[in-house]
Design a protein around this ligand. Structure first.
Ligand SMILES: [Cu+2]
Length: 166
């Protein structure tokens, strides 16, 4: 029940954003940084991290071949990682951490609403040639994903695995 309720909420907010998000979001411009502190909301795959707590930086490259390098990241539960995500391609890519179910659902929405604006502390939208950065704390063990949810990229295989061991 919880999943379908969340799905409904996502769909409803996506519909609303269809009007306001058309002009920007997912163009070739970087999203403007929003003012205010990062929203810290516990997710199944962790919580927004403090940069000061990051002991390890993971360099990730994203290319127009719809692949991430590396494709697998191993983490210990409780670790805070800084991800430096480089877009080596010529089109927009993004790095979104989530559960497999969450990403698959989100990717489907992005196909229906390609201009949907989405920005959360567990995602980085990166313009061609640029590098984005996020800091995330993996406080829950499990097998998660990082994915590019730009319309069509996820289904083309633009996805990697994050294993968090207890
Ligand atoms: Cu992509």
């Amino acid at each position: 029940m919880q999943i379908s309720k969340r799905h409904l909420l996502l769909a409803v907010s996506a519909l609303g954003l269809g009007f306001t998000g058309l002009a920007r979001a997912h163009g070739n411009e970087d999203h403007p940084k929003k003012a205010g502190p990062v929203r810290k909301e516990q997710k199944d795959w962790g919580i927004a991290g403090d940069a000061k707590a990051a002991r390890r930086t993971i360099e990730v490259r994203m290319g127009d071949n719809m692949r991430f390098t590396p494709e697998r990241i191993d983490v210990r539960q409780g670790e805070t990682l800084r991800f430096r995500v480089q877009n080596t391609g010529k089109v927009m890519h993004e790095f979104v951490i989530g559960t497999k179910a969450e990403n698959a659902k989100h990717a489907e929405l992005m196909i229906k609403f390609p201009n949907m604006e989405h920005d959360e502390p567990y995602m980085a939208h990166v313009s061609p040639g640029k590098t984005g950065e996020i800091v995330w704390t993996f406080n829950r063990a499990g097998s998660f994903e990082f994915a590019c949810l730009i319309a069509g990229h996820y289904s083309a295989g633009m996805v990697g695995t994050i294993n968090v061991t207890a």
